[in-house]
Ligand binder design. Structure first.
Ligand code: ADP
Ligand code: MG
Length: 693
């Protein structure tokens, strides 16, 4: 028997069970079955003493003893078997509701039994309901650890239990099954791993926790190793395959701007990142680089300077932003900074009038347009460039992969691509989702920035908050007040926002208050935003539409209402709107006093750090990697069977290093047919998202 054998060959699994397993868990072969891993283990190596039961609830435990009394109680459908069981140290009540009569008949007061179950303290005595029941002899076979297997509702309904699954695992393992090694011998050896055969045996039938852990380690390593091998190989292949524009010179525009019009001294991190991008653009291969930099770290200036390099080398460039407001703001700040250079810079969004749009199209085609800034509008079919050399995508998680692909198709020679993100991505996730991209990190804020002071406050403290806000307004500052989006109920959301707005307008009648929300007409939104950006309005009451990009350095206060409703990364993005100038800024998280554990933890983390990477890690711990912004749309479906991107960072790093070393030595895996085979089995269906990033 081998791993490809159909599961119907296993004793106890007929065609109906097989169909059920296929439907519920996608298990068709013995190999599939053995890769259905337990999530935890029940310990049947220890026998517990009844006298040692403590607390109100115990884990699953095993006790050994005899039945000293048994009686049927209740009537009709409610009939149950109530028994007394002793191990000599105490007595426990054991109850059966199902099959009560037949169990009663089978119980023998002269035999020693082993019970396995979860005792609860009930009505002043310990009770065990529906334990597993074995005679001492048959319990011998169950000694040791037993896996607890994930089940579906469908399986449960059809009577398939974790114990049943475990029995099938043992049947499979006991049937002379051939389990080949899938990792190269030197990797098994140098990483201190056990063989795949040993691991599959031990994960389902470990002698003790140490063995179970070793098996788990090996299987996690294997899973992460293949993930990394695949992504690194893919990235390397693409790099060697895809030709790119060669930007060999630093010319007039870059030099002039750098020497005469640079608005600030660049930070060390900005300089380093520009150098990294520059050297990528000169290799003859297409650049695919991810630029991570916290909110306010100065990514726009990096984008501009590197775009000037592209223009110096005779190509056009494009900057894409996720929202109209953000695109407009980019357009304004880039025009303001680079306008003096005499470049042709244009903005293209959904609301660009037809005549201007036609003009832009024409200028793109005749090559006279240097920098196109815009929203999704720039990837519409009728937008064509004469020579697109470089594309910058801001806040990429808002763009789907397919959308990026369309931009890609606009050029004969692939443009260099820089994806900028202010959503820090935990390292493990970056290695996986963006494992084939090169990553640059701006890990330094411009000088003079003070970290935003963040506090958690409750409704009872509202008056103090407003007093403090008033002082800031008197000192000339501006403030944001943010209300959560309530997706399920837009009416409620608007009402909250409107009430908040009326209240604030009333309380701060000396100051102009603006308001924006997602359901406004774009023109109205634009007008309200403009009031705030220009400084006429001193307070902006808003929903999360201000989350991305808005840059008002004079704003020093952000009050977030119902902060417990926001996720960590969202709170972090919001907070990034303040602390952009030289003044001390404040972020006040308003919340209900009674909070769930996760919400409280989230808000406490927010008050304790402003480091986006720490927050991203915490966010991933709280929500799991699947929900982290950016992964859902990354096109990569990470469906891990046993490893965790949250808690297995060390193994991931180890596996990645092993994969890199292997590919260094043998880039095409010529001497590893098994690896190639396994890779194509695992990943053939999922690829092709990376080349278009
Ligand atoms: P983000 O990385 O969030 O896109 P921005 O590019 O909007 O950040 O920059 C945030 C603010 O910092 C802007 O007001 C920008 O003008 C300013 N800034 C950028 N680089 C520097 C620098 N080297 N020194 C001082 N201020 C800078
Ligand atoms: Mg930005």
């Amino acid at each position: 028997m081998d791993l490809q054998t159909d599961i119907t060959y296993l004793k106890g699994i007929g065609p109906q069970r097989a169909q059920l397993l296929q439907k519920e868990l996608g298990i068709a072969t013995v190999g599939d079955l053995l890769e259905h891993f337990p999530t935890s283990f029940l310990d049947r190596s220890q026998v517990y003493k009844i006298a040692d039961l403590r607390g109100a609830e115990m884990p699953m435990i095993q006790i050994r003893g005899r039945f000293i009394a048994a009686s049927m109680q209740g009537e009709g459908a409610k009939t149950r078997l109530v028994t007394m069981f002793t191990d000599g140290t105490g007595v426990i009540e054991v109850v059966w509701f199902r099959n009560a009569a037949s169990i009663r008949k089978s119980l023998n007061p002269d035999i020693t039994y082993v019970l396995f179950g979860k005792p609860t303290y009930y009505n002043n005595h310990w009770q065990l309901v529906h334990p597993e029941l074995d005679t001492e002899a048959s319990a011998e076979k169950r000694i040791g650890l037993r896996g607890v297997y994930p089940l579906t509702e469908g399986l449960r309904n059809r009577g398939v239990t974790s114990r049943r699954l475990h029995e099938w695992m043992l049947t499979a393992l006991d049937s002379k099954i051939n389990i080949p090694e899938t990792l190269p011998a030197e990797i098994v050896r140098t990483n201190g791993l056990i063989s795949r055969a040993d691991a599959l045996r031990a994960i389902h039938r470990p002698a003790n926790m140490v063995e179970a852990e070793r098996a788990r380690h090996r299987l996690k390593f294997e899973e992460l190793f293949y993930l990394q091998l695949n992504i690194i190989r893919y990235g390397r292949n693409r790099k060697s395959a895809l030709k790119g524009h060669v930007f060999s010179k630093i010319g007039h525009f870059f030099n002039t701007f750098y020497a005469q019009f640079l608005p600030f001294e660049l930070t060390g991190a900005q300089k380093r990142v520009i150098r990294e991008i520059r050297s990528d653009m000169n290799t003859g291969r297409q650049m695919n680089r991810l630029l991570q930099g916290d909110v306010g770290s100065g990514k726009t200036l990096v984008a501009l300077l590197t775009m000037l390099i592209a223009i110096d080398n005779g190509t056009q460039t494009c900057l894409m932003a996720p929202t109209e407001i953000l695109a407009t703001q980019h357009f304004e700040s880039i025009s303001q900074m680079a306008g003096v250079l005499g470049l042709n810079i244009k903005l293209l969004t959904g609301s660009t009038p037809k005549r201007q749009r036609d003009e832009i199209h024409a200028q793109l085609l005749d090559g006279s347009l240097n920098i196109l800034i815009g929203t999704h509008a720039v990837i519409e079919d009728n937008v064509r460039f004469a020579r697109l050399g470089y594309v910058v995508i801001d806040e990429q998680h808002r763009f789907g992969v397919a959308q990026r692909a369309r931009l890609w198709q606009k050029a004969e020679l692939a443009p260099h691509v820089l994806v900028m993100t202010a959503t820090p991505i935990p390292r493990t996730l970056a290695m996986t989702v963006y494992g084939d991209l090169d990553v640059s990190i701006i890990d330094e804020l411009p000088p003079g920035r003070k970290p935003v002071t963040t506090v958690l406050r409750y409704d009872t403290q509202r008056q103090q908050i407003y007093n403090a806000l008033h002082r800031q307004l008197l000192a000339g500052r501006q403030a944001y007040i943010v209300y959560p989006l309530i997706d399920e109920n837009p009416k409620l959301e608007l009402r909250d926002l409107q009430t908040g707005f009326d209240n604030i307008t009333h309380l701060f009648s000396d100051f102009k208050v603006a308001m924006v929300h997602g359901r406004m007409k774009p023109a109205d939104k634009e007008r309200q935003m403009q009031l705030f950006v220009s400084g006429q309005a001193r307070i902006l009451v808003a929903t999360t539409v201000i989350e991305v990009g808005v840059n008002v350095p004079n704003a020093s206060v952000m009050i977030i209402e119902n902060a417990e409703r926001f996720g960590l990364s969202q709170l972090h993005q919001l907070r990034g709107r303040v602390g952009r100038g030289a003044d001390q800024s404040y972020c006040i998280l308003m919340s209900r006093p009674e909070l769930g554990r996760d919400s409280r933890h989230r808000l406490q983390v927010m008050t304790s750090t402003t480091d986006g990477f720490i927050l991203a890690e915490e966010d991933m711990k709280l929500r799991g990697p699947g929900d982290i912004e950016g992964t859902a749309q990354s096109g990569l479906h990470i469906d891990l069977k046993i490893a965790s991107l949250v808690s297995d960072t060390p193994i991931l790093e180890q596996a990645r290093a092993a994969a890199e070393r292997l590919l260094d030595a043998d880039p095409r895996l010529d001497s590893y047919p098994t690896l190639r085979l396994t890779l194509s089995r695992l990943f053939d269906r999922t690829m092709d998202w990376a080349r278009i990033s």
